[in-house]
Design a protein around this ligand. Sequence first.
Ligand SMILES: [Fe+2]
Length: 437
Amino acid sequence: MSAGEELRARLAVALTRARDRSAALTECVDETELVAQHSPLMSPLVWDLAHIGNQEELWLVRDVGGREPVRRDIDELYDAFRHPRAARPALPLLDPDEARGYVAQVRDKVWEVLDRAPLRGRRLERDGFAFAMIAQHEQQHDETMLATHQLRSGPAVLTAPPPPSPSWPPAVGAEVVVPAGEFTMGTSTDPWALDNERPAHRVALPAFAIDAAPVTNGQFLEFLDDGGYRRPELWSARGWEHRQSATLAAPQFWERDGAGNWWRRVFGVLAPLPPASPVVHVSYFEAQAYARWAGRRLPTEAEWEKAARWDPRTGESRRFPWGEGEPDSGHANLGQRHLEPAAVGAYPAGRSPLGVGQLIGDVWEWTSSDFQPYPGFSAFPYREYSEVFFGGDYKVLRGGSFGTDPVACRGTFRNWDLPIRRQIFAGFRCARDVVGA
Ligand SMILES: [Fe+2]
């Protein structure tokens, strides 16, 4: 197989995997549920589905393929910037059958475009970037649709085997010291990296220590039992204000029974809270309060990336904590193979050179950093992907969750959200300053 054929085959696999997942997430519920809004934070599933097809049409059929529009008349309906999520159910959306027919029609044309595209020349097409961008876009919406599934009420419709058990359990609170010095953050060479991950640049950091694994339910419960949600001194001013107005008293989807035991609801199934698994569905403000209670802090985005990518032997930054190779099922809990984070100490093969575990997969990790451009940033291929979010009230999350597909996850990948959000699959780990390392 020539390099061009191999690239075409990889793009086809990524696009097909995304579509299979979109289908699985929308075929397991009935029509009423597809058009319903399960939370004002989320779109109806049928909006996501047709929006996926519309983005694919805009970039691959019309731009790369230079073809006639399939449905120019619906562009406005599926423009995420024109209609906030809460307003989407009232729009004259395609119904579920129309949406399925539309995405299939677009995909058929995309296969023809992919067959003929040179995959070189202008930047949008070089290395198949536009196709990879669209596969990532679909997978990002699939993760959003998975979050909608978590918010819906009613009997469980999703199933998956449990995640693997721990095999290198770090001691509770174990941390890794990262020595002071420069490292390369971001990338200029990863062909499918998005604009906000670019360009590569050197960043100097003082020494710091970072948790060897994400903070667990058991650890978070200690904070809760110690009055963490009732002590304003542990919270930032904004965090406390939000804690009060939203009456937060535990992570989202936690429930306490009459005997005082904690349970958590996962995709319609109520089960005892697993103490050794990373805490999930906490906001930035809750993560920040926990860190202060523990006498620690959240890592900056640069600290997270150095812990994940920096190899002390070579001084280089790796693509993933384990090296350059694509994630497989032994490296990380990605791709909705499981429906929850794995206990701390799973995935020993996924550890970074310094021995930090579970950076990729399981839970998105809140960092203390605002979402800002790297030095030398330029928007590509459109301002609305990242640039319009810079400088807003967004905190960066890193590493991907069990619901993130490998195509949309790497050591440089940056996610962002409002500090109050917790319907996303977000947890965190802590860090602290180290003097003299
Ligand atoms: Fe989108």
